[in-house]
Design a binder for this molecule. Sequence first.
Ligand code: SF4
Length: 76
Amino acid sequence: MLVNEDISVEKETLNDTLVVDKKACMDCSFCSKTYPSLFDMYEGKVKLKNMNFENVEKIKLQIVIDKCPSQAISVE
Ligand code: SF4
């Protein structure tokens, strides 16, 4: 499980599946307010919390993916 602390890293992944593009993130905090146990904010950018992707609530995640204004969150 990888959660990278380095904010200079543009992308952060959870189990090589959930990807957040920190460079694209525009600091609206929608993701961290909607799903605070998965998303956090750090220095104006989205940050993933340490969680196994299997335990992620997929419906809630999909809402965040769909409504992120910068399309910075994806599942690969
Ligand atoms: S919803 Fe998107 S733009 Fe807003 S803080 Fe989260 S990742 Fe960044």
